[in-house]
Design a protein around this ligand. Structure first.
Ligand code: HEC
Length: 259
């Protein structure tokens, strides 16, 4: 009995000690304050803007897709952000996929179709690391959900490349980023002003490109948001109307009762 109490006391002490040791490290990682951005899709009634999503896809297609896969998307999903059938076919056909076997039993290459998943830039993780100085570019399908800070964090990464402070030891082939934990990131700064020429004529500042790209990535991770928020609005209006009706009913039911 006594040993059991002693054992659990020791366990509690060890847990406390581990926490005390770990918390300065945690505090250090939390130190980066993310500037909250103005997103159209946040808040209970927020919605995606089709023009932003299209521009964001353009940034992914022309820049990020050189290194990052988005395996959870198929080209046909782009219809949901307003691309026409021809635009979708063209976006798919830019990439080659391995198909087969054919009648001779051989695998063959063919242009991707709308029903194919987004084609990954590298055949496997090892090839991706080999091409990126050992760092693995993560799949971006769910990245906004997978990182603390969500869209504000991904925006801060894309806009957070600056020269390293003089006393900072930046390992070979790494880049300094104000938002990345530890600040040394294996991704070269992907965006600069006019990195893309927007099809809709919007001025392509670094901030604009980052904002659009993150909006697109948020859609990829949460494509049903518009529908959900629309339903939320309807439920809200319904509840208000119902409350008013019940209030009227209560008044009429009790109108004969004199105090
Ligand atoms: C030249 C290749 C390359 C391009 C182009 C590129 N990235 Fe990356 N990216 C990387 C690599 C490599 C990493 C992994 C970095 C690490 O772990 O140190 C990474 C990591 C990331 C991360 C994860 C950061 C984290 O918290 O782990 C995000 C988000 C990201 N990239 C977004 C983008 C977006 C959006 C674009 C397009 C605008 C883009 N990247 C373009 C190579 C690239």
């Amino acid at each position: 009995m006594e040993t059991r109490i002693r054992r659990s006391a020791r366990a509690a002490f060890l847990a406390l000690a581990a926490f005390a040791l770990a918390s300065p490290a945690l505090a250090q990682e939390e130190e980066v304050k993310l500037a909250p951005q103005d997103w159209t899709f946040t808040g209970i009634l927020g919605q995606y803007e089709p023009a932003q999503l299209k521009r964001g896809f353009q940034v992914y297609r022309e820049v990020c897709s050189a290194c990052h896969a988005m395996k959870l998307l198929a080209y046909r999903n782009l219809a949901e952000i307003g691309l026409s059938d021809d635009e979708i076919k063209a976006a798919a056909a830019e990439k080659q996929v391995t198909d087969g076997p054919n009648d001779q039993g051989d695998m063959f290459q063919r242009p991707a179709r709308p029903s194919d998943q987004f084609v990954s830039p590298f055949p496997n993780d090892q090839a991706a690391r080999a091409a990126n100085n050992g760092a693995l570019p993560p799949d971006l399908s769910l990245i906004v959900k997978a990182r603390h800070g969500g869209p504000d964090y991904v925006y801060a990464i894309l806009t957070g490349f600056v020269d390293a402070p003089k006393d900072f030891k930046l390992p070979q082939g790494m880049y300094y980023n104000t938002a990345f934990p530890g600040h040394a990131i294996g991704m070269p700064p992907p965006l600069t002003a006019d990195r893309v020429t927007y099809a809709d004529g919007t001025k392509a500042t670094l901030e604009q490109e980052a904002h659009d790209a993150v909006t697109f990535l948020n859609w990829a991770a949460e494509p049903e948001l518009n529908v959900r928020h629309n339903l939320g609005l309807k439920v809200l209006i319904f509840t208000i109307v119902l409350t008013a009706l019940f209030y009227g009913l209560k008044r009429s039911v009790w109108s004969d009762v004199h105090h």
